[in-house]
Design a protein around this ligand. Sequence first.
Ligand SMILES: *Cc1c(COP(=O)(O)O)cnc(C)c1O
Length: 401
Amino acid sequence: MTNYKTSDVNGYFGSYGGRFVPPQLEAPIAEVAAAYAEAVRDPEFLAEWEQLLADYVGRPTPLFFAKKLTAECGGAKIYLKREDLNHTGAHKINHCIGEALLAKRMGKKKLIAETGAGQHGVALATAAALVGLECEIHMGAIDVAKQRPNVLRMELLGAKVVPVGENVVGGGALKEAVDSAFEVFARDYKDTMFAIGSAVGPDPYPNMVRDFQSIVGREARQQILAKEGRLPDALVAAVGGGSNALGLFTEFLDDADVKIYGVEPAGKNLEVVGEHAATMTHGSAGMIHGMQTLVLQDEEGNPNPVHSIASGLDYPGVGPQHAFLKETGRVSYQTASDTETLQAFKALCRHEGIIPALESCHAVAYAMKLAAELPADSVIIVNLSGRGDKDIDYVAEKLGI
Ligand SMILES: *Cc1c(COP(=O)(O)O)cnc(C)c1O
C-alpha cells in the first residue's frame, strides 16, 4: 500500500522533499531532526503539548454543522472544523506550541522565524511567551509597513521584529526574510531553533509540522463518527504551504472512500503569471526553501511573483507531501478565485454568523460548489483554518461597504 502519511527516512515523499541546505545549515537542521525524532516518541513531551492545546488553545475545537449554508447550497451537509476558535484565531498555534516545546527541550533560548503577513510571527511569538523563550521574527520591510497591527502584536508579546531587505530593489519580502532568518540560525544555533510556519522547508520540518497539525483530523474523525455515525464523503481545505490541509487530511488518507480536496488560489486570473498562486495547478518540479517540490517558476528556476486575496496563501511553492499526494492522485487539487472567495466570505457571515479568514474561504468556496453536486445525505468537512478579523478592512473595501 502506498504510504501517504509520512516520508521515508530521508524526508522524501516519492521524489519530493529532502533536505537541500547550504553546508553551514546542515548541522543545525540535523540537530533539530534528531531532537524531534526523539521527542515524538516521548509520551511526556506529547502529553505536555496536548495539555497546552487543551487548557491554553481551547481544544478540541467544535465540528459545527452549517445548517443554513447547507440549505443555501442544496445537497451535501457542510460541517466546519472550527480552527478559527483557537487562541490567536487560526490553526498555526497547534504547531507553534509544538515547535516551542521542542526548542525548550533542546535547551535553546530563542525561537527564530520568518513571517509574511505576520500570522506565523504572531502565533510563534505567542508560543514563545507561553513557554518562556525569546523570539526573533524576520519580516520583509514592505510587510512591516503594511502589517502594522501584527507587528504591534508581536512586539507586545515580547518578540523582536527584524525588518529585512530595505535596500532590495522592489523592497524586502518573504524570500529575503527566509534567507535572513536562516542566516541568523546558522550563526547562532547553539542558542536558537528555527521554527517554520507551514509544512514546508527541509526535512524534518514538513513531517514535524504535519504531525503537530494532525490533531485536527483526529478530532474531526471522532466528532463526525459521533454526529453522523460514519466517515465523511469529502474533506476540503485551503492550501498555502499546506499545514492546515494536512492537519485535516492525515487521519483520513488511508480511507479510500473519503474524497479529499485541497484548494489553492486562482487569484485574479489563473492563466496569467503573477495573478494567482496556484502551485499545484501550474507549478513544475523544482527547488525552493531547502526542499524539492512543485514551484511556480520561470525558465531559470526563479520563483514567479504570486497573488492571492489571502496573504497566507501567497506562496510560489508548496509542501512536498502535497506534491506527492497530487502525483499519486490521492488528493484532488482545485482552485477558487478571489471573487468566489469573497462570495464565500459573505455567505459565511450572513448565513452562519462567522467571519472567516480569507484563506479559509477558498475551501468554503469550493465546498459550496461540491455540496451542490453531491446527494443530500452526503457529508463534507471543511477546515475553517482561521477567523477573519484581520481581513475586515480589506473585504469592506473590496465589497464597497
Ligand atoms: C497561514 C494560514 C493558511 C495557510 O497556511 P497552510 O500552511 O497552507 O495552512 C491558511 N489559513 C489561515 C487562517 C492561515 O493563517
